[in-house]
Design a protein around this ligand. Sequence first.
Ligand code: NAD
Length: 307
Amino acid sequence: MRKYGVIGLGQVGATVAYTLVQHGTVDELVLIDHNEALAQAQKLDLDDASPRLGSTTKIILNDYAALADAEVLIVASGNIGAIDMNSSKGRFGEYESNQAIVRDIAPKIVASGFKGILIDIMNPCDVMTDYLQRMTGFDRNRVFGTGTFLDTARMQKYVGQALNTNGKNVAGYVYGEHGNSQFVAWSTVAVNGQPIANFHDLDLKQLEEDARQGAFAVMAGKHYTNFAIATCGVRLAEAVSADEQLACPVSAFDPDFGTYVGMPAVIGKNGIESLIHLDLTPDEKASLASSAKFINSKVDVLPQAVK
Ligand SMILES: NC(=O)c1ccc[n+]([C@@H]2O[C@H](COP(=O)([O-])OP(=O)(O)OC[C@H]3O[C@@H](n4cnc5c(N)ncnc54)[C@H](O)[C@@H]3O)[C@@H](O)[C@H]2O)c1
């Protein structure tokens, strides 16, 4: 029996749940949201689809205890309305509300006896992932965030568009914070096997900025993003279940920095199986260290778990 949980059933969590039900990924799905009416409505709507699907997913609602034997828990709670697109705070608009959510849900997750892999989507993603690990006390490999997995997809999309090819043909990684201090490590980027340096007419600064601002381009029209991030979250969860040993950029704990930060890692049944340390340029190394330092400074000041 395969079982996942999702906490937070807003735009992102609902789309994660919908995708899992459509894929038939799990036999049981534990859905949790403190907005009881919303949670009920999401379950009703998903259950209504059931007679038309080839697979059946049993939805369990607002029962933390049911997480005890779940394989993966995706955290998609938050307060998207707190992000003001016109403010330089960016995703830190949710810093206050979401740290309080971590303090609410972490003890409940621990008390449930959950033994699986926790994937955080909640923003600011690296800070909340680190805080969730600290407040649950789970082994660091068991907790990771979607981090720059989505930003990397955006970079692939924009580079692909600029070169008239499919973003799938673009390899390489966005590193650092899922936020303003992220950067494209161009030394890792290749298109159809050729290093990006071979393509002379590209405006790399603009492409990097397009990837960085990608979320806000979507939010300008609908005030949230859901499809791409849910796709990323589900992809990572399925990589855990299948023990895929999938190399991809996520928010992982790096002992060198003492914090979670976006970098390539290998994802399998143990969550983070290993970090991938590539030979970055000195500038890229400095950007990563500076991004990690920023993340760390935002986690260290939060109220910590009582030992
Ligand atoms: N990491 C990424 O790349 C990425 C991309 C998109 C969105 N996000 C983040 O994902 C989160 C969710 O986004 P959204 O658009 O679905 O937000 P939303 O505001 O629509 O939904 C959040 C949900 O969380 C629920 N919630 C709040 N506190 C809770 C608690 N203590 N316990 C249980 N449920 C609680 C709310 O009731 C709400 O239904 C946000 O933090 C958003 O910034 C991250």
